[in-house]
Design a protein around this ligand. Structure first.
Ligand code: ADP
Ligand code: 5GP
Length: 196
């Protein structure tokens, strides 16, 4: 019947944000491997693909003009300018994943998280991932070998700003020191509202 709530429908919107390099992508991938009842929202971006990144899996890669046209057509729930590029969450991703009955994991920045919360206040959980220290964050960014020196410096500077903003706006703070421990904590956060 049309409009009837689906059995096993998972309404949760689980937003993961972090300073770049804290391990959000790693943690999200591990979480998704264990929880097939969640799917990840694939964003649009104007940034160039990194080596190994695939269209429609990691991002929908687009150009600034198309991105602006999508904003004008109100196709985004939220969008933001992050580290010199545009990133946005399309409504179509939320429809696609809810159509499959899945909870949705978002790997987006804090501005995006706050805007997802504004759009869906009763089912959004905002989780901020912290590195064990700023020194460890820098080490992870360098070891990842995906960014040049200028980019790394910019990301480290942004990290301080993001952490102080998140402090006021986010629901949960999770230190990603030991990956397995961090995963367990994330699982507890994600399970909590479904049991209530
Ligand atoms: P983000 O998505 O937050 O930018 P990544 O998931 O790409 O971060 O992780 C940054 C780097 O840190 C990667 O090389 C990853 O393998 C490593 N990493 C992630 N989590 C941990 C952890 N708990 N301990 C040590 N290294 C980690
Ligand atoms: P990266 O270029 O490293 O993939 O992502 C840079 C930053 O943009 C990360 O903090 C990532 O979470 C964020 N981001 C990715 N997609 C979106 C999105 O759709 N909206 C917003 N607001 N941020 C995003």
């Amino acid at each position: 019947m049309k409009g009837k709530p689906q059995k096993n429908f998972n309404p949760i919107l689980l937003v993961l944000s972090a300073p770049s390099g804290a391990g959000k992508t790693t943690l999200a991938r591990k979480f998704l491997e264990k929880h097939p009842d969640f799917g990840v929202s694939v964003s649009y971006t104007t940034r160039k693909p990194r080596r190994g990144e695939k269209e429609g899996i990691h991002y929908y890669f687009t150009d600034p003009q198309t991105f602006q046209e999508m904003i004008a057509r109100k196709e985004f729930v939220e969008w933001a300018h992050v580290h010199d590029d545009w990133y946005g969450t399309p409504f179509s991703e939320i429809e696609r994943l809810h159509g499959q009955g899945k909870g949705i994991l978002f790997d987006i920045d804090i501005q995006g998280g706050v805007n997802i919360y504004k759009a869906y206040p009763d089912r959004t959980l905002l989780v901020f991932i912290l590195p064990p220290s700023m020194e460890e964050l820098e080490r992870r960014l360098r070891n990842r070998k995906t960014d040049d020196e200028k980019t790394i410096e910019k990301r480290l500077k942004n990290a301080q700003k993001e952490i102080s903003i998140a402090r006021d706006k986010y629901d949960y703070f999770l230190v990603n020191d030991d990956l397995e421990e961090a995963l367990k904590e994330l699982e507890m956060i994600a399970a909590f509202p479904q049991e209530g």
